[in-house]
Design a protein around this ligand. Structure first.
Ligand code: MSP
Length: 663
């Protein structure tokens, strides 16, 4: 079985955990689950970084000794991950004895290799960053990160010959394009390596100045620089160095890792760490996956600005799975994203309540009404059924591919294509009409086609929304256990269309993702949650505590927010050309002039209602801001609005000018 090992940064214990930490940790958890779903032996590591000046200062500020202080905050991180039900295999602390020993072995090995030397160094030292800055790196004499004046310190220290590996690292990054990803961070590291000669890394602090650290094995007057100590956690956690030669040991099994970090710590991970590994003759990590910042109103979250979001509160208030979905869907991995209660509510309402939740609720209640909760059989498939299956199969493949490329937002968007398509399929197949006509065989097929594809989507969502995924599968009459995950099962999930059992009992209703109302003032999110809130997250099996909403069958009028309506860009356009789709009887192909540079091609499923020639010259209303999508091989960019009455369909026409907006 192949192995997968994902790590988060080990977080500093000078501040309490917030949304930024939770994001990386939730991504790591989702990746671990994703690879488990693929049948791999997946492992996840997180932990806390507990040495260095920063921690000593934070402890002093609250009148505690360092050990007492780090124990308390480290426990806070651990309990946060419990409350967010993070499935990590290990929580490492840099104060663990085994870690300290590993760091000493690593130091000694690099020292013996001749890559560490003793020298005099004078530099501008920022206590916030725990590093020296050169004159050039300072901005107006201030630390570029903290905007504070660094202290000039001159002392004898030990240095790691990082410059020796500069050319080698450049070549490695050039030869392995996704070693650091996304690309912009790879370029950033390459530009750090180009031009300037890398400065050797000062890896010691004299004990006379700082005692809170790991003693250098070759000089007891010094402790190790915190970054050198911290980076080693990724291998010390696997039992290195004791098991380095043991083929059955954790190190052989799981190393190299897949690292997750934000852009703030790109340099230590992109430059210090690979050169340290190279010097120690250890294999490099697989990928460095770098994400952007969660911002609050364009500003990075920080304790000093008082704008930190408490993930416990958000998970408790909005539902843990919904919160996880939002985090992965709204941040394009690599870019910054803005966090707000409004964005979270919008995402939940549009994707979870309107799209996914509504689909489950409609289909299950129709099945209960028409088939008494019993899974109907699949009859002969129509073209529409085939199209739905094929599209869902392609979306599933894209989802898997994109997830592996850490493009979570795009992956989820791809998974939502069949969800949206299924809602449309319900409308176009009109099960209620089939029922009225007594066409029970076709009705059963329609419901079964829906349920099979709903099952596939639910299953694939497990890494992101573990609780809801299991509940959705159960609603479709299937049990799920993560103990049964393996490569064969996953292959079968993607390759086969039929997974459910005719005659099995399915749920009669579903209300997993109720619409969210903005019931709490925004500041509430920023408030520290209580112990009780944490408890609620644990007990909240539905993954959500919002107000219930009615979502039944075909007659339900779903209310939307005014803001949702405002998202539609409705425009007037003239049909310049109309013809039959070459490959689909039900589709027409249009060229529509929306007052833009070029007419748009729009494909519409209205062929059975109109003669194409009759439509040329008509001024219609078009939904202009839908993303382009392919329909039976032709790109469609927009949707022509129609009005339906019984079996009649007419175009929504107007006299307004091309490009006029409809509101
Ligand atoms: N201790 C070092 C890491 C050592 S790893 C060998 C450290 N700790 S930290 O507590 O400052 O954590 C930084 C990490 O927290 C970021 O790289 C990121 O994973 C996460 N985040 C903290 N704030 C964040 C945002 N506002 N947005 C996104 N992630 C952020 O650096």
């Amino acid at each position: 079985m192949s192995a997968f090992y994902v790590t988060t940064p080990i977080y500093y214990v000078n501040a309490r955990p917030h949304l930024g930490h939770a994001y990386t940790t939730i991504v790591a958890d989702s990746l671990k689950r994703f690879y488990r779903m693929l049948g791999q032996d997946a492992r996840m590591l997180t932990g806390t970084d507990e040495h260095g000046d920063k921690i000593v200062k934070a402890a002093q500020a609250v009148g505690k000794n360092p050990k007492e202080f780090v124990d308390e905050i480290s426990a806070d991180f651990a309990s946060m991950w419990d409350d967010l039900r993070i499935d990590h295999d290990q929580f490492i602390r840099t104060t663990d004895e085994s870690h300290k020993k590993a760091v000493q072995v690593l130091l000694q090995r690099i020292y013996d290799k001749g890559d560490i030397y003793h020298g005099e160094y004078g530099g501008h030292y920022c206590f916030g960053c725990e590093r020296f800055y050169t004159e050039k790196e300072l901005e107006d004499g201030l630390c570029p990160q903290h905007q504070t004046k660094p202290e000039f310190i001159s002392e004898k220290n030990y240095f790691f010959k990082m410059s020796k590996y500069q050319e080698w690292l450049k070549k490695h990054i050039a030869d392995n394009p996704d070693f650091i990803r996304p690309e912009r961070y790879r370029n950033e590291v390459l530009s750090m390596l180009e031009g300037n000669v890398l400065e050797d890394l000062c890896i010691s602090r004299p004990k006379s100045r700082l005692e809170w650290g790991i003693e250098l094995p070759f000089d007891k007057d010094y402790v190790c620089y915190v970054w050198f100590d911290a980076l080693a956690n990724y291998i010390s956690a696997l039992g290195w160095p004791e098991n380095e030669a043991d083929e059955a040991g954790l190190f052989s099994r799981y190393w190299p890792a897949e690292h997750l970090v934000a852009k703030d710590i790109l340099k230590p991970h992109g430059i210090f760490w690979p050169t340290m590994l190279k010097s120690a003759d250890l294999p490099l990590f697989k990928h460095l996956n770098v994400h952007g910042y969660w911002l609050i109103k364009d500003t990075k979250m920080s304790k000093s600005l008082g704008n930190v979001v408490d993930p416990r509160f958000a998970a408790e208030h909005f539902g843990l799975d919904a919160f996880r979905y939002f985090l992965l869907r709204d941040m394009h991995f690599g870019s910054d994203a803005s966090y707000s209660e409004e964005a979270l509510i919008n995402r939940i309402n549009s994707d979870l309540a309107n799209d996914l939740g509504n689909l489950f609720s409609r289909v299950l209640s129709m099945n209960a009404k028409y088939f008494g909760k019993i899974m109907p059989a699949l009859g002969t498939l129509s073209v529409e059924d085939e199209v739905l299956f094929e599209d869902a199969e392609n979306s599933a493949k894209n989802y898997v591919q994109l997830f592996q490329e850490v493009r979570f937002s795009q992956a989820l968007d791809s998974l939502w294509e069949p969800v949206r398509a299924m809602n449309k399929y319900v409308d176009s197949q009109a099960p209620w009409t089939l029922f009225k006509e007594g066409n029970m065989e076709r009705l059963g097929t329609v419901i079964r086609v829906l349920m099979e594809n709903m099952y596939k989507v639910s299953y694939l969502l497990w890494p992101v929304m573990p609780t809801s995924s299991v509940m959705m599968q159960e609603q479709l009459g299937k049990t799920f256990s993560d103990k049964n995950l393996n490569a064969k099962v996953f292959e079968d999930l993607l390759a086969s269309r039929i997974h459910l059992r005719t005659g099995s009992e399915v749920a009669e209703a579903s209300n997993l993702f109720p619409r969210m109302e903005k019931v709490e003032p925004a500041q509430k999110i920023e408030k520290k949650s209580s112990e009780k809130a944490a408890q609620n997250v644990k007990n909240d099996k539905s993954g959500s505590k919002a107000k219930n909403d009615k979502q039944e069958g075909e007659n339900t009028m779903q209310e939307i927010e005014y803001a949702d309506f405002q998202k539609l860009d409705l425009r007037v356009g003239t049909i310049l050309k109309a013809e039959r789709h070459p490959d689909a009887d039900k589709l027409l192909r249009f060229d529509v002039d929306l007052g833009e540079e070029e007419p748009r091609q729009i494909i519409s499923g209205i062929a059975e209602f109109f003669e194409p020639a009759d439509l040329v010259g008509k001024k219609v209303v078009v939904v202009a801001n839908l993303p382009p999508r392919k329909l039976r091989g032709l790109m469609s960019h927009g949707m022509i609005l129609t009005a339906e009455s019984g079996t009649d369909l007419s175009l929504l026409t107007t006299d307004a000018a091309n490009g006029a907006t409809v509101s």
